[in-house]
Design a protein around this ligand. Sequence first.
Ligand SMILES: C[S@@+](CC[C@H](N)C(=O)[O-])C[C@H]1O[C@@H](n2cnc3c(N)ncnc32)[C@H](O)[C@@H]1O
Length: 459
Amino acid sequence: MGAVRAGAALPAALTSAFAALPHDMAATARGAVQDIAYRTMRRLGTVDWLIKQRVSKAPPPPVTNLLACALALLVDDEAHAAYTPFTVVDQAVRAIGARRDVAFAKGLVNAVLRGFLRERESALAAAQANEVARWNYPQWWIDAVRRAWPDRWQAILEAGNTQGPLTLRVNARRTSVADYLQRLGEENIAATPIGEHAVRLAAPLPVDRIPGFMAGDVSVQDAGAQIAAQIMDVRDGMRVLDACAAPGGKSGHLLELADIDLIALESDATRAARIGENFERLGFSADQAEDDAQHPAWHARVVIGDAGAPASWFEGELFDRILADVPCSASGIVRRHPDIRWLRRQSDIEALVQEQRRIVDALWALVKPGGELLYVTCSIFPEEGEAQASWFESTHADAVRLDAPGQLLPAADGAPAGGPDYGAASVARPDADVQHDARPVPDRTADHDGFFYARFQKR
Ligand SMILES: C[S@@+](CC[C@H](N)C(=O)[O-])C[C@H]1O[C@@H](n2cnc3c(N)ncnc32)[C@H](O)[C@@H]1O
């Protein structure tokens, strides 16, 4: 908690915290720590506001953070099933008592938590008047979403506070959605089809318990993210660049769809290693190609380099397709990464906009005449979406904008994030009724994160 408040991403903070724990600590205890940390990120606005109301002088950070975690379990009706209030208070008081440096705050922790439980309804009602406490996002983020999506901003913020489903991508080289659903049925795992290759599990499962995951029959990928490879229309023999590729989700999907010659480019060497691991699991590693008696028609390479500076890695042969899944605010995937909203600063958006422009500008020169570039972000901020697509179209005379979903707002259980019914999915343009003709997007029952898609063909 303290590490995230100091700017670390939650997964990295948890990895460091777990490394400091005893090795024999049960996996279930680690699971519980992770669950509490994620719940706290989704309720941080409320719990920080409650702490301020109840404590006149700010306690030391470990005490505030422990109070935040405990309150996050007490404010949430749904958390009650897993964590009873009595246990939460008891464990919180014991935890603080066990730390010599802050044991003096035992009484304070006890008083704050019990006081909250006594006045829970009225305290939560009072929190509604404060926007950060009500929505659990920083004020600038709430204002930005309201400005961009005036008729559905509340639904978008709410969708970001839910826990995303576990969605799988079925490997089209190995099996079909229908066959995989049957396989799940045989193992009593409930699931529904939600896209051309997408299957949503009714309840989350660790990856090692997902049938066929280790063998590469399926991958974990949100239904909204699966649209990228689907609309790129890759065909056998094409030369394809995935310019911002780690951890390789969309690269893997592209290789599953056609025998292409793919370069998966990534600037971060540590993250690039994960592309290799994914290719290995799916059967697309260089070794697997060499071992194959019949030389495979696909070809896949991981290259480390800056997409915005091709001189250091480009070998001279233009591409039929380029996927520019550029670095962005990640504001469309906050339900899976609830820490992002607290880590981002408003000033990050303009810096990201400039970086996105630098990257697509450089990549456009590498597209063959008649070839296509797909611009993708997992953002819901129009500055990174429609405004970028319009900028690109107006500054590149040789670019023709093709059909693509445009803005996909996050939606849960087939309910688009408010606003008019856009048919195939919650596809929308900011402050306009127009939308691009939808290509294959998740069907009406889809449950997906927020993305932006724009597709350009070179004249
Ligand atoms: C949105 S993620 C890509 C997700 C990936 N396409 C997938 O589906 O699994 C963006 C990636 O771009 C990388 N990146 C950021 N700046 C880059 C640059 N200038 N050149 C290449 N990669 C970059 C980041 O490290 C990050 O791994």
